[in-house]
Design a protein around this ligand. Structure first.
Ligand SMILES: Nc1ncnc2c1ncn2[C@@H]1O[C@H](COP(=O)(O)OP(=O)(O)OP(=O)(O)O)[C@@H](O)[C@H]1O
Ligand SMILES: O=P(O)(O)OC[C@H]1O[C@H](OP(=O)(O)OP(=O)(O)O)[C@H](O)[C@@H]1O
Length: 212
């Protein structure tokens, strides 16, 4: 049988995911010593880890070329898709927040507010929920720059420790929602490889319980 393919978000979530796989008995030395390789067999070879950017994890799972994925709830909320969310993995914890300059009242004045974000869909839903008309500008990174440069009134971005906001004279105006890493599954894989996936999920759940 083909190995079960798990797309794993490179970067911040990588280490915790590898640690979790190790904990449930799937040896991930190949991932730790990957060099520039992007597809790595792990454990006894019945599982393959694919290293991808967050949004691409969802694309690969959606299209069924990967059976499972590990991705942040932030990316899930932004990208959407028709996959199943199987498990909250409990790491990669942060939150989505609306933030702006400490010395300005975001709600003051009647002009249409400008919001910068790497997550325009999340920002749009948030303000739609508040029945507030805003203009959203997509920024690719270091979103905190936008209000500092006078491009936007505020940002919708990820906040973890709050250090980036603080060091740039910004503060949280409102918390939008909590974020953590999730295990997602392609819907066909969930039917076709049910036993393997259920086994993996139950081992992950057990590992999570043991960590508490
Ligand atoms: N402080 C944080 N900042 C950003 N993401 C965080 C943070 N803490 C946890 N995360 C989670 O880690 C995931 C991956 O973040 P990471 O910064 O590695 O990649 P990225 O957001 O795609 O950025 P890049 O374009 O720099 O690769 C995020 O989608 C989010 O779920
Ligand atoms: O609250 P903190 O602990 O300071 O973390 C939050 C910061 O981390 C992320 O940026 P990242 O480092 O991923 O870079 P980016 O802005 O280029 O996406 C996020 O976009 C914030 O800028």
């Amino acid at each position: 049988m083909k190995p079960l393919r798990i797309a794993l978000t490179k970067g911040r979530l990588e280490q915790d995911t590898v640690a979790l796989l190790d904990q449930i008995g799937i040896n991930c030395d190949s991932v730790r010593n990957k060099g520039r390789k992007l597809i790595l067999p792990v454990g006894d070879g019945s599982i393959e880890v694919v290293l991808a950017k967050a949004a691409d994890v969802i694309t690969y799972v959606n299209h069924g070329v990967c059976d499972l994925g590990v991705v942040g709830k932030d990316t899930i909320l932004e990208a959407g898709g028709s996959f199943y969310e199987l498990l909250d993995l409990g790491f990669g914890k942060c939150r989505f927040a609306l933030a702006g300059p400490v010395d300005r009242d975001f709600f003051a004045g009647y002009h249409t507010k400008i919001i910068a974000s790497k997550y325009p869909n999340v920002a749009h839903s948030y303000f739609e929920g508040k029945a507030m008309n805003v203009r959203i500008i997509k920024i690719e990174g270091s979103v905190e720059l936008a209000p500092l440069l006078g491009l936007s009134d505020a940002i919708v971005d990820i906040v973890e420790t709050g250090t980036t906001l603080k060091e740039n004279g910004l503060a949280v105006i409102d918390t939008i929602c909590r974020i953590s890493a999730r295990l997602i599954a392609n819907s066909a894989s969930l039917k076709l490889r049910k036993a393997e996936i259920e086994d993996l999920v139950s081992r992950m759940e057990k590992a999570k319980e043991e960590q508490k």
